[in-house]
Structures are given as structure tokens and as C-alpha cells.
Design a protein around this ligand. Structure first.
Ligand code: CTP
Length: 392
């Protein structure tokens, strides 16, 4: 998507760099339009480097190109972050006295505004009225977060997390093709206790799961997340936190089987400790060589696939396969897992120090019974490709 990022003059302007990065890493094309005051806080070269596009700020520059109309027509979405109180007031009144104001007035693209200012300014009745008027006109105004402000004070008015801004903005323009669908995402990595202090675990961060949740929410789904050993909060998502594989199985039992899509990037521990100790085991008691007795855990996704399909025959179940192997063997292993676990799709990837776990990007193959599709990019782009593949 072609996203025009407007930046106005506040200290939070430096966070626009992060907003742009989030967008470009998700595969969007970005052009930045800072106001003259925004350029007091963030430099045009930074914005040019991050957008890979030239940056325009002046209305009376390259007038022969009719820049404000060119940019207004180019944009499929306009996101202004941060927006000052003054920008809100000028937008409400249709004042077009700089390049950004002209673009906003001339564009038919959806407009999303992320204000940031001191609490007193945000709560001032002039700002409250302006925000209400913008929302009445269909503009999405993202509420500022509560936290540390520019001075020593704390309160509402802080620019929210850039990833949250981008997610909210994109949700305004994404087709709601998962509306009415129930999605279960099971993510993270289970941990098996050795004693109250130690556990057997794995490198899964939950990042792919979060990207799947955010993509599903943006597309209108009703989403449940089971999170193994990572935290996630969104008012739109029901989150169940689990630690061990046994907790995970109990949590799934409570959630029932009424889902249209189950997506399971979770790294489930294949074994659990036979006799975890109730007390911390002292090293002096363990000696120089330690033997742990392990018991195999059930294959969670295989059972889940059966249970969910009994409740809803057309449900789609997606598993993952992270392997340290060559591309040819990766495909074979994915096809074997697809058949053995009764899945509709396996998302397979090679794991190395720079690929897979705890990274923001990945390279995967989506393997179904009749098709293989390579996808690379951000975990959000991979989440999009997964839903595109199963929601047909
Ligand atoms: N999985 C599961 N329960 C397990 C092990 C894995 O539900 N006890 C799920 C994972 O969530 C993933 C898929 O099965 O979606 C594949 O996981 P993976 O660890 O690659 O497969 P394993 O069956 O454990 O095979 P191996 O470790 O030998 O590759």
C-alpha cells in the first residue's frame, strides 16, 4: 500500500522514523511529508533514508509539479504521527497553509491521526471538540498513551508505540475478510520444570504469533491467543497465558473447539521431566553429571486438529516446522508433518542464527497438499500470506 506519513512539530517527531520503518518492513511504500516545524525535530535525510524517497515539506517548492495534488492522489492512506493540537485545529477548519495541510484537504485517502501533546492540551475543550469533529467525519484519531511526557511530568498525551500506530492505521484500510471468523493462535514456547527455578525451554519468542493475532484482528476476526511464556495485551484479543505443555493442553480444553482457523506457531516441548522437584535442587546433590528422566508429551496440534474438525468440518488447521536442513529436505519434512498431523498447511522455515527465532523477518514455504509458496518478509507479511492461503 502507498502510505503518506505526515509529521508535525512536536518532540515525538523522532518516533516517526520508527513508524516509517514499521511500514516499509511490512512491505508498504512510504513518502514522508514533515511540516516546517517537524524539521526542527527530525532531519529530512533521516526520512529520505528510511522511505527511500525524496522528502517534500514546502508548498512553494517545485510548484510546476503541483506536488500537493500529486501526493494527495498518490496516497492510499494518510497517517499523521505525531499530530500537534494545532494540526488537529487546522484540519478541522480545513486550513491549508502548508504542504501537509494541502495534501490532507485534497486527498480522498482515509486519514489516520496520532496526536501527541501535553495532558493539559489534550484535555483542553478546544482539542476535545476538534477530536470529536474529526471522528464524526470518519477520521481515525488514535488516543494518545499515558506515560512520561517531555518534561518531568507524566500523564495522557504520549505518542503510542509506533507498532501499535501502524497496526491501527492499517486496520482502517484492510478488507475485513475474516469478519465473523473465530481464530485461535497458539504461540510461544512451552517450558518444562526441572525444579521451581530451572526449566527445559526453547528459543521461541512469540513474535510470529503476535503478527498472526494482529493480522487476524485487522481483518475483523474474533481472536483468541494462547501465549506460552510471552506477554501480549490488546483490548480486542482474549489471551490465555500458559507455561508448560500440560498447562497448554488444559487451556485448550477450556477454550473448546469452536474455531474456523487454528494457527499454531508454538514450539511445544516434545518431552517433560518425569519427576520435577518441588524444591530447588542443590548443585552439590546433582554432582558432576546429571541425568534427567523425560517423558514424551502428546502431539498437541494433531489432537486439536481432530477435535476442531469434529466441531467444524471446514475448519483449517495450520502447523509450523522449523528445521535446520537444506531446502529440499525442508519441503519433504513439511509434507510429512502435513500428512502425519492432519494439517491443512505447514509453514516451514530453515533455522539459523539469523533466520527464524526471535527475528522480525523470516523466509518460509507455505506447504499444503497441492501447493508450495515461498514467502519472505516481516512476520506480519508472513501472517498475511498465511491467512490469504487458508481463507479461500
Ligand atoms: N507440535 C505440537 N505438539 C508437540 C510438538 C509439536 O502440537 N508435542 C506442533 C507445533 O506447534 C508445530 C508442529 O507441531 O505447529 C511441528 O512442530 P515440530 O517441533 O516441528 O514437530 P515435531 O513433531 O516435534 O517433530 P520434530 O521435532 O522431530 O521435527
Amino acid at each position: 500500500m502507498r502510505v503518506l506519513v505526515g509529521i508535525t512539530g512536536g518532540v515525538a517527531a523522532y518516533k516517526a522514523a520508527e513508524v516509517i520503518r514499521e511500514l516499509t518492513e511490512s512491505g508498504h511504500e512510504v513518502r514522508a511529508v514533515p511540516t516546517a516545524n517537524a524539521l526542527r525535530f527530525i532531519g529530512a535525510p533521516t526520512l529520505e533514508a528510511l522511505t527511500h524517497n525524496s522528502v517534500h515539506s514546502e508548498l512553494y517548492e517545485d510548484v510546476e509539479d503541483v506536488r500537493h495534488i500529486e501526493l494527495a492522489q498518490w496516497a492510499e492512506l494518510i497517517l499523521v504521527a505525531p499530530a500537534t493540537a494545532s494540526f488537529l485545529a487546522r484540519t478541522v477548519s480545513g486550513i491549508a497553509d502548508d504542504l501537509l495541510g494541502n495534501i490532507v484537504l485534497a486527498s480522498k485517502a482515509p486519514l489516520v491521526i496520532a496526536p501527541a501533546m501535553h495532558t493539559e492540551m489534550w484535555l483542553n475543550s478546544a482539542t476535545v471538540t476538534n477530536v470529536a469533529k474529526l471522528r464524526e467525519r470518519g477520521v481515525m484519531v488514535i488516543d494518545p498513551a499515558v506515560g512520561r511526557l517531555t518534561g518531568n511530568d507524566t500523564g495522557v498525551g504520549r505518542l503510542p508505540d509506533p507498532a501499535y500506530i501502524v497496526q491501527s492505521a492499517l486496520s482502517k484500510v484492510v478488507a475485513k475478510d475474516l469478519a465473523g471468523k473465530k481464530v485461535l493462535v497458539v504461540a510461544g514456547g512451552t517450558r518444562e520444570a526441572i525444579d521451581p527455578v530451572r526449566f527445559i525451554g526453547n528459543r521461541s519468542s512469540g513474535k510470529q504469533g503476535i503478527a498472526l493475532v494482529e493480522e487476524a484482528v485487522a481483518r475483523g476476526a474474533d481472536v483468541q491467543l494462547v501465549a506460552a511464556n510471552f506477554s501480549y495485551y490488546s483490548p480486542e484479543v482474549q489471551v490465555t497465558s500458559v507455561t508448560s505443555t500440560s498447562d497448554l493442553i488444559t487451556a485448550l480444553g477450556k477454550l473448546g473447539n469452536n474455531f474456523d482457523f487454528v494457527i499454531m506457531p508454538a514450539a511445544v516441548s516434545d518431552y517433560r521431566v518425569a519427576n520435577p522437584s518441588a524444591k530447588k535442587v542443590k548443585k552439590s546433590d546433582m554432582g558432576s553429571s546429571l541425568q534427567l528422566s523425560l517423558i514424551e508429551n502428546p502431539d498437541v496440534v494433531s489432537q486439536l486438529a481432530k477435535d476442531v474438525r469434529t466441531a467444524n468440518a471446514s475448519a483449517k488447521i495450520v502447523g509450523f516446522a522449523a528445521e535446520t536442513t537444506s531446502a529440499d529436505t525442508l519441503l519433504q519434512l513439511a509434507q510429512t508433518k502435513l500428512a502425519k498431523k492432519g494439517l491443512d498447511l505447514v509453514v516451514a522455515n530453515e533455522v539459523s542464527d539469523t533466520l527464524g527465532f526471535d527475528q522480525d523477518t523470516n523466509e518460509v514455504i507455505l506447504v499444503s497438499a497441492d501447493k508450495q509458496t515461498q514467502v519472505s518478509g516481516s512476520k506480519r507479511a508472513i501472517a498475511k500470506a498465511i491467512f490469504d492461503a487458508i481463507n479461500q
